[in-house]
Ligand binder design. Structure first.
Ligand SMILES: [Zn+2]
Length: 112
């Protein structure tokens, strides 16, 4: 099986963390711990005619929603946020099939 290798762009993750802090999300809603982690991989919610070919995210019959997953490291409470809310302009929020080194090189060539 092919690996999709899809993750949030590093610059997008920084924006997400800043925005969440601005919104006042500093502690877990359940245990109030400060150990919140924003995952580097998107949480995919699939909607539409299922079962889809999971490997084909470009299938027009399937709506794929990309969610930002924030997890509490103490109690395991998981929060999901719509990535669309954190998007600024037309910047890509995801990188696909790229090593971290390739992504860094890309940022250097096309600084934001
Ligand atoms: Zn917690």
């Amino acid at each position: 099986m092919d690996v999709i290798d899809l993750r949030w762009r590093k610059t997008f993750l920084v924006e997400v963390k800043e925005k969440l802090a601005q919104l006042g999300l500093m502690n877990c809603a359940v245990c109030e711990s400060e150990h919140l982690t924003v995952h580097r991989f998107p949480f995919l919610a699939l909607m539409g005619d299922l079962p889809p070919n999971i490997g084909n995210l470009d299938d027009t019959e399937v709506i794929v929603e990309y969610l930002v997953r924030v997890e509490c490291g103490i109690c395991g409470y998981v929060m999901l946020f719509s990535a669309e809310r954190f998007r600024t302009g037309d910047d890509e929020t995801l990188v696909r099939g790229m090593t971290e080194q390739e992504e860094d090189d890309l940022e250097r060539r096309y600084p934001l």
